[in-house]
Design a protein around this ligand. Sequence first.
Ligand code: ATP
Length: 247
Amino acid sequence: MSLLTTHNLTVRHGARVTLNHASLTVEPGEFVGLIGPNGAGKSTLLRAALGLITAEGDSSLAKLSSAQRAKAVAWLPQAREIAWPVRVAHLVSLAQNEREDAPEVLAALARMDLTALADRKATGLSGGEQARVLIARALAQDTPLLLADEPTAGLDPAHQIACMETFSGIAKDGRAVVASLHDLGLAARHCTRLVVIHAGRIVADGPPRHVLTEALLSEVFSIRCYISDAAEGLVVQPLGQITQDDA
Ligand SMILES: Nc1ncnc2c1ncn2[C@@H]1O[C@H](COP(=O)(O)OP(=O)(O)OP(=O)(O)O)[C@@H](O)[C@H]1O
């Protein structure tokens, strides 16, 4: 059974259409990377799919009551700053009725390399450490679906890889993750599927090898990339901007 279905999801901000008839179905086993330039509509799609902002069209999650939705989906928003001076373990345990010894809480802390920081005040951590705490809280919710808005932002390379491998593991377990991402290399290597948003529209949707072509990267991102199907997997490295002089 699909974990998320949107049909013709459309968002307007005043006269501007910021999400234009976005239709998407997410199945168990998928790790979907949402990619697109700044302002393309990635956060808008995630928030409209969750029912957090007013939208036309349908989303299977937006129809749920808040109690049903908390069981169906975990949500990691883009904002990462933690305002409450609570212990890290306590903040993560909020996803499990404040049971700090719940296996989901302990596993999430370990997965985000936070076990040694579990007794520290969350507000006293670095920006990247706070980001890992919020990812851990979303993981501890242990839902069939996780929606994450730029989960790897602010993380060092090792923790970015750990985050992507964790999400990949969730998909391999038969659940699903949809994450907006700016790092095309990480998206190419770890996602099972990429959905490209450009000016509010879904313009490509498929396996990374099919989606990440020179033509699409030029058209949507105005960049040149090195693309190689290496033994380790698909490698995509942005090389430079395409300017009007190159056209
Ligand atoms: N509350 C709002 N009022 C007016 N315009 C908005 C509002 N929220 C978003 N937008 C506009 O909607 C468009 C899509 O924004 P969105 O945040 O979805 O982009 P994004 O793809 O997530 O970008 P980024 O990569 O920069 O996070 C942008 O042009 C943005 O300015």
